[in-house]
Write a protein of this length. Structure first.
Length: 159
């Protein structure tokens, strides 16, 4: 699977992150390559956080320290601003956000290494830390977060 994410620095150039997913020993790995695209300043003056991409609902814009990241959703999903994650298109945008992870502080990842972390009270979501930012990320339907492998997996005993 190949997906692309664009990154722009304030008053500078936009970069695309080309991501390829490879499976080795049953584990998925992300390989990211940067590509120059031109200029962009979407996040200049905006608070850190995620924003709907008005030109493409299968992506969202993540702002971090005035940098602009155009992030792809997994194929078939669209960004749901009400829930602040990529979701199935049939899921209503007006749904209340899940309480799963709602007690996690936005500063959780401030001192943590980039990576995925379990939410002790909720196996259907996990915390993704990226450059000090905290993202509550849901597992796809019927999957649970495995804290050993740091990915969403089928529950034990699933066919």
């Amino acid at each position: 699977m190949n997906v692309t994410a664009k990154v722009s620095k304030p008053h500078n150039k936009v970069h695309t992150l080309s991501t390829s997913r490879h499976t080795a020993d049953g584990c998925a790995q992300e390989i990211i390559k940067g590509l120059d695209l031109g200029s962009g300043t979407f996040c200049t003056g905006k608070q850190d956080g995620n924003y709907a991409n008005p030109s493409n609902s299968s992506t969202y814009i993540a702002c971090s320290n005035q940098y602009t990241y155009v992030m792809p959703c997994y194929p078939g999903l669209v960004y749901n601003a009400a829930k602040d994650w990529c979701d199935w298109p049939s899921s209503p945008a007006t749904s209340a956000p899940s309480s799963c992870g709602s007690q996690i502080s936005t500063s959780f990842c401030r001192t943590k290494a980039n990576g995925n972390y379990a939410i002790s009270s909720c196996s259907s979501s996990f915390i993704m830390c990226s450059n000090g930012l905290t993202y509550i990320t849901p597992c796809p339907s019927n999957l649970i977060f495995n804290d050993i492998f740091k990915v969403c997996v089928f529950p034990p005993g699933s066919p």
